[in-house]
Design a protein around this ligand. Structure first.
Ligand code: MG
Length: 260
């Protein structure tokens, strides 16, 4: 299903997006060496519930997962890249942490992800991975607008990642957002320009380039949820929810420091 949001729904999408970004950046500020992933999950839960929002994750039980997710945020560390199940692990200096969060507020969902280094010791390859996903995300957003096709976004994202020498996995990618977290259209992180669904104002999309240092293959962790790089290499993920407007695309999940 593809939903086209009306103007009042877009106002609510902005509010949901601001909440998601506030939670993500608050967690980034709070996380330090020694922080347990279960604390990150608990802090996310507190902020989501205090805001009167509903978690999209707690009861999430897709065919590929291992029953309901049961947590409020995805915490993927180092070789884990997607759907990281919070567990009893204390973060170490230099860990590369990806946080992915989707909530519903007043009936509209927003979805965003950030990757960052814990502590003070950042590997150069980690910085490069995070930078590549951020630039790919910006390229995808720049390619999004009324009249553009989904393939234009995919191509823009894939070109940035490919030009940096990464192989792109197309099993998991972006998606439509609206009254629920996952809707059509699917937005692959690589593809051919000019192909696919034509974008229209009011369409809400989650764009989410993610990348692994030396492979495009995933393996599923024993927890049934966490997806890791098949080689154990480092990974990163950047995601924004954007709305297609009359003349481009508006980012709903801007960091607090970038909002007016
Ligand atoms: Mg997400």
């Amino acid at each position: 299903m593809i939903e086209i949001l009306n103007s009042s729904e877009l106002v609510r999408a902005r509010a949901t997006g601001a909440l998601v970004a506030d939670v993500l950046y608050s967690l980034r500020d709070r996380v330090e060496v020694g922080t347990n992933l279960l604390d990150v999950d608990r802090w996310a839960q507190q902020m989501i519930l205090e805001a009167g929002a509903v978690s999209c994750y707690v009861d999430y039980a897709p065919a590929f997962g291992n029953g309901p997710f049961g947590h409020y945020i995805c915490t993927s560390v180092n070789d884990a890249v997607l759907h990281g199940l919070p567990h009893d692990y204390a973060l170490a200096d230099g860990d590369l942490l990806s946080l992915d969060l989707a909530v519903s507020l007043d009936g509209v969902v927003a979805d965003s992800a950030i990757s960052f280094t814990v502590g003070t010791t950042q590997r150069p390859e980690d910085a490069a991975l995070v930078d590549a996903t951020q630039r790919a995300l910006q390229a995808g957003i720049a390619a999004a607008g009324p009249g553009a096709k989904v393939g234009d976004i995919s191509h823009a994202i894939g070109r940035v990642l490919g030009d940096d020498g990464y192989r792109v996995n197309t099993q998991f990618g972006g998606h439509g957002v609206g009254s629920t977290m996952h809707q059509d259209p699917h937005i692959s992180n690589d593809g051919r320009p000019g192909r696919g669904y034509k974008l229209r104002p009011g369409l809400l999309l989650a764009l989410e380039p993610w990348v692994m240092l030396d492979t495009d293959e995933l393996v599923t962790d024993a927890d049934g949820w966490t997806l890791r790089s098949a080689t154990g290499c480092r990974t990163a993920h950047s995601e924004h929810t954007v709305a297609i407007t009359e003349d481009g695309a508006e980012i709903m999940t801007l960091p607090p420091a970038d909002r007016g």
